[in-house]
Design a protein around this ligand. Structure first.
Ligand code: GLP
Length: 251
C-alpha cells in the first residue's frame, strides 16, 4: 500500500486527476471504476478543465460506477447516474454506451447486481478503481460488517450513511435506504485501486483502513490485502496516521 499526502484537498485531488489522466494516456481503452460523493467533485472538475485544454481523451474508455441508490431513476437529480452525467460524462468525449452504473430502478435488484458483475467480467475487469471513503470507512456502499469477499448486491444503508448523505438530497425529497453496490470482493479484483480521502472527518476511517487489522467491521481495511492500492490524502485526513510506519509513507 502506498500513501501520498498533500497539504490541501485541492492538491490531493489534482494528484488523483493526474493519475487518471496518466492511466487513460497510457491505455486509451482503460476500464475505469468511478465513485460519487463530495470528495471526487474536484477530481472531475480537473478532468473537465484538462479536457477543455486538450488533455485526455475518453473515446475508448469504459466506466463502471461503484454504486447507485435503489428507487431512483437515472433522471433523478440525486441519482449517481445524474451526478456522473453532470460532473463528467456530458463534458468529455466518452461514449455514453460505455458508461455503466447499476440501474437503481431495476425491478429485480438481485438480477441487476448479477448483470452488473457479468458486465464487468465481460469488459475484462477494471484497470483502475477510484474510491472515496465513508466516515464509517465504507467503500462503495459496503457498510461495516460487509464480508471482504462480498459481490455486487443490494444493500441496506446505515443510519449514519443516510445522515451523512442527506445534504445531497432536496429538503423534502425521500432518501433511499437501499442501494446496489459493487462488493468488496469485486473491488479487490480491480487491478489498481486509488483511494481519495480529504478532510478531518475522514481521519479515523483512513487510520482504521490503513493501519488495520483487516476486519469486516472496517470495509476500507480490506484494501490492505490488495497488491496495488494507493491512498491519496490531504493533511487533515492523514492526521491520525502519525504512528504509521514511515516506510509506508510516500510524502
Ligand atoms: C457515498 C458513496 C461512496 C462515497 C462516500 C463518501 O456513500 N456511496 O462511494 O465514497 O459516500 O462520500 P463523500 O465523498 O461525500 O464524503
Amino acid at each position: 500500500m502506498k500513501i501520498i499526502i498533500r497539504d490541501s484537498a485541492a492538491e490531493a485531488s489534482a494528484a488523483v486527476a493526474d493519475m487518471l489522466l496518466q492511466q487513460i494516456g497510457e491505455k486509451p481503452d482503460s476500464v475505469l471504476g468511478l465513485p460519487t460523493g463530495g470528495t471526487p467533485l474536484a477530481v472531475y472538475a480537473r478532468l473537465r478543465s484538462a479536457y477543455d485544454s486538450g488533455r485526455g481523451s475518453y473515446k475508448s474508455i469504459t466506466t463502471f460506477n461503484l454504486d447507485e441508490y435503489l428507487g431512483l431513476s437515472a433522471d433523478d437529480p440525486a441519482s449517481y447516474a445524474y451526478y456522473m452525467r453532470e460532473n463528467l460524462f456530458v463534458h468529455v468525449d466518452i461514449d455514453p454506451d460505455r458508461t455503466h452504473i447499476p440501474n437503481g430502478s431495476a425491478p429485480d435488484a438481485d438480477a441487476e447486481a448479477k448483470r452488473y458483475e457479468a458486465l464487468i467480467t465481460a469488459c475484462g475487469g477494471i484497470d483502475l478503481m477510484l474510491l472515496g471513503l465513508g466516515r464509517n470507512a465504507h467503500i462503495g456502499f459496503n457498510e461495516p460488517g460487509s464480508a471482504h469477499n462480498s459481490r455486487t448486491r443490494r444493500v441496506a444503508l446505515n443510519a449514519s450513511t443516510i445522515a451523512a448523505n442527506a445534504a445531497y438530497f432536496a429538503p423534502n425529497a425521500e432518501q433511499p435506504a437501499h442501494a446496489i453496490t459493487m462488493g468488496i470482493g469485486t473491488i479487490l479484483e480491480c487491478r489498481r485501486i486509488v483511494v481519495l480521502a480529504t478532510g478531518s472527518e475522514k481521519a479515523a476511517a483512513v487510520a482504521a483502513s490503513v493501519k488495520g487489522p483487516s476486519a469486516d467491521i472496517v470495509p476500507g481495511s480490506a484494501l490492505i490485502r490488495h497488491p496495488n492500492t494507493t491512498f491519496v490524502l490531504d493533511k487533515a485526513a492523514a492526521r491520525d496516521l502519525e504512528r504509521a510506519r514511515t516506510s509506508e509513507l510516500q510524502v
